[in-house]
Write a protein that binds this ligand. Structure first.
Ligand SMILES: Cc1ncc(COP(=O)(O)O)c(C=O)c1O
Length: 396
């Protein structure tokens, strides 16, 4: 499925560089693969990993297994509602009172927008707004899905609700918040969904991650089940049990209680998602830069490139020179603020003005660097669409 250098080089000739592109044929292939991996399970789309309305709509319309969006910022959720999207689950708590006020107004109008909570303080704020508006606001509790092994916190720090007793306490408090209704539970197992075990930058650590990953999957399934059973015993039907991410579609859906998995990154498949053993999606999104000089033999400098991914600092967070094959970044310089020198040992005859293609390490973040995505399909640029940023929406 992967395309050749010349395929893209011809398409981008004469366009202003750098530019970001989406290969629609590869995206459609990823959608098919993700659908297969989900095996009839329901998938909610993580908008933070997409950040483009055109793409959100395209995925939602592609197959009925894609239902709803996991939003990342409160103002983003409101904006998506205004633009016709519905069934929004906030992936993270918010204490933005104006936004929560807008959420409650949307609920009153019959929209499905569910804020995330993991603390009494969240309950207090939403309760006071929902009470003023005389509505019952659905909420979702975020359960921590990390595992602690001797000397290692395996996972990320998110919700403080990391054991059944803390969960029971929060559930038992809900009777004091009559304008809130517990609609669902969410737990994001980042250490399984977001870390591959075939990462060339990790060496032997891959093996340790694999062992911990298998132990963690068992522990988390048990934690999630205990929480669900307790909440149901207390009278909450919980029609929404959300878990996982791109890297954990299979293991999350294997838990019988799960009603949906969130997926975002797998659609674009950035370089950090190359390191999984059980799937390989296609590099559907990338950016193209122009060669502007040749500092020496076998070295070219392109304009742009310094789009480093968030998270713990490491070489794997750099963009990857992708096509033509044979480029490597120079460790001392990495990807530069304005320009990026790269060494070349490939076969193409390249000169000033030619295009070099890169991939970002993460998915949606690239869209914060570009106003538009050039949509490529069947040898043509079929459309140029705006990213969130291109619509003047820089949410975070
Ligand atoms: C709450 C939550 N669910 C799911 C995901 C998975 O998203 P992706 O498929 O982009 O890895 C994330 C990503 O950080 C997340 O924060």
């Amino acid at each position: 499925m992967e395309k050749s250098y010349q395929y893209y080089n011809q398409l981008f000739k004469g366009l202003e560089l750098p530019l970001a592109f989406l290969d629609l044929d590869l995206l459609n292939n990823n959608i098919k693969e993700i659908t297969k991996r989900a095996n009839h399970g329901t998938i909610r789309i993580a908008s933070k990993s997409i950040r483009c309305r055109y793409v959100l709509k395209h995925i939602l319309e592609s197959n009925p297994i894609f239902k709803g969006i996991m939003t990342f910022m409160p103002n983003e959720a409101i904006w998506l509602l205004e633009n016709g999207f519905d069934d929004l689950l906030m992936g993270y708590p918010t204490v933005n009172k104006n936004a929560l006020d807008a959420f409650c107004k949307a609920t009153k109008k019959g929209k499905r927008i569910i804020p995330m909570v993991d603390d009494i303080e969240h309950l207090e704020i939403i309760q006071s707004i929902a009470k003023k508006q005389k509505i019952i606001q659905p909420i979702c509790i975020d359960i921590d899905m990390s595992s602690d092994f001797p000397g290692i916190h395996f996972g990320v720090y998110r919700s403080p609700i990391n054991n059944i007793n803390k969960f029971k306490y929060l559930i038992d408090q809900l009777k004091n918040y009559p304008n809130l209704h517990l609609e669902g539970l969410m737990g994001y197992e980042a250490q399984i969904a977001g870390i591959g075990t075939n990462d060339p930058y990790m060496g032997f650590k891959n093996y340790a991650v694999k062992v911990m990953r298998n132990l963690s999957i068992i522990e988390l399934a048990k934690r999630r089940k205990e929480c669900i059973e307790y909440a149901r015993k207390k009278g909450f039907a919980l029609p929404l049990i959300n878990g996982g991410g791109t890297g954990s579609i299979e293991s999350t859906l294997a838990e019988n209680y799960i009603t949906e998995v969130t997926v975002g990154s797998g659609f674009y498949s950035p370089s950090l998602f190359d390191y999984y053993e059980n799937f390989k999606h296609q590099p559907a999104v990338g950016f193209a830069c122009e060669i502007i000089r040749k500092p020496k033999k076998n070295m070219f400098t392109v304009m742009g490139g310094g789009y480093i991914a968030s998270g713990g600092i490491g070489l794997s967070k750099q963009p990857t020179p992708f096509l033509p094959k044979g480029f490597s970044l120079i460790q001392n310089e990495g990807c530069g603020e304005v320009q990026t020198p790269i060494t070349y040992n490939g076969k193409e005859k390249l000169s000033i003005g030619d295009t070099i293609l890169f991939r970002h390490a993460k998915a949606g973040e690239l869209c914060e660097r570009f106003n538009t995505l050039h949509i490529v399909s069947d040898g043509k640029i079929v459309e140029t669409t705006t990213t969130f940023r291109g619509e003047g929406k820089c949410f975070v």
